[in-house]
Design a protein around this ligand. Structure first.
Ligand SMILES: [Mn+2]
Length: 291
């Protein structure tokens, strides 16, 4: 059983590295083109933070229906930390991570799981709080209880999977998706070369650029404009910052979405057309509307 999980995670690493839309640590999604085929349903389903919310994970997968939509992609993020707990209060969200990896393996070039800041905490075994609880310790204790002497090997395999994740998705129609962006104070410290080279542990530690890209909050319009210029995009779709209503417009060029509670939502993006933030807002789908 532990070896099956380790094999699964290792296959997840391999699938991420050989994803045919991956360029360095970016996923590049073309518009309607030969590469994606000529189907009119060339779409991207984008989810926000999931945090162990299995019901929403299932709704997102049901909505995407990748099996019947061969030109449709899906982006997920922040799968871990939250949801069911074991008898000692340990975080069981690794089970959902394993299922997300299985989903990736079913559609290896169309399921893209990007790095979140909770992933960076797991990678570096550092603290991260959620609802007053230190989640890194919580998930590690649960893993040790379930896997016993294989716990260290499982934790290593999880870490390697998380470190192998792409950092962002860049669409030809000038939409960018990542967990977050550097905050104002660190915008100048962000090194875009992080997008082109293999990630190392310290890239995920403050002030490493993978850390900066996943931990920023409350970016000013000036920072948003600066990052849009740097990445050569028009619109940001991010997670990370909690959204009680499921989403918000948090800048002239920014939509934040969340998928980790009953008011969560997803975005259904047509990769073949151009958007304004206003028209993209019309593409928000409440998860509660999906059976
Ligand atoms: Mn986050």
């Amino acid at each position: 059983m532990p070896q099956t999980i380790i094999d699964l995670l290792n296959k997840g690493v391999e699938a991420g590295n050989t994803d045919r839309f991956r360029r360095g640590n970016l996923i590049y999604l073309p518009g309607r083109s030969a590469e994606l085929g000529r189907s009119p349903d060339t779409q991207l389903i984008a989810a926000g933070d999931i945090h162990g919310h299995r019901r929403n994970f299932e709704r997102i997968i049901a909505f995407a229906d990748l099996a019947n939509n061969p030109n449709r992609h899906i982006v997920m993020q922040e799968i871990i930390h939250g949801g069911p707990e074991d008898a000692e209060g340990g975080c069981l969200s690794y089970k959902l991570l394993f299922d997300a990896v299985r989903y990736k393996l079913s559609f290896p070039d169309r399921v893209h799981i990007i790095m979140g800041n909770h992933d960076t905490s797991f990678i570096n075994n550092s603290k991260v709080m959620k609802n007053g609880k230190e989640m890194n310790r919580s998930i590690r204790l649960a893993l040790e209880r379930e896997f016993q002497e294989a716990g260290d090997d499982i934790k290593l395999a999880i870490k390697q999977f998380l470190l192998s994740q792409p950092l962002a998705v860049k669409c030809e129609n000038r939409i960018w998706l990542s967990h977050s962006l550097p905050n104002d104070r660190f915008a100048d410290k962000f090194d875009p070369k992080i997008l082109d080279r293999p990630l190392e542990n310290n890239d995920c530690e403050k002030p490493g650029s993978a850390y900066l890209l996943t931990w920023g909050r409350n970016m000013s319009q000036q920072t948003l404009d600066k990052m849009a210029k740097l990445f050569n995009v028009d619109i940001f779709v991010l997670g990370h910052q909690p959204q009680q209503q499921g989403w918000s417009r948090a800048g002239e060029n920014l939509i934040i979405i969340a998928s980790d509670h009953n008011h969560g939502c997803l975005l259904s993006i047509d990769l073949a057309i151009s958007y304004t933030v206003e028209t993209l807002t019309d593409s928000i789908v409440p998860l509660a509307s999906i059976s």
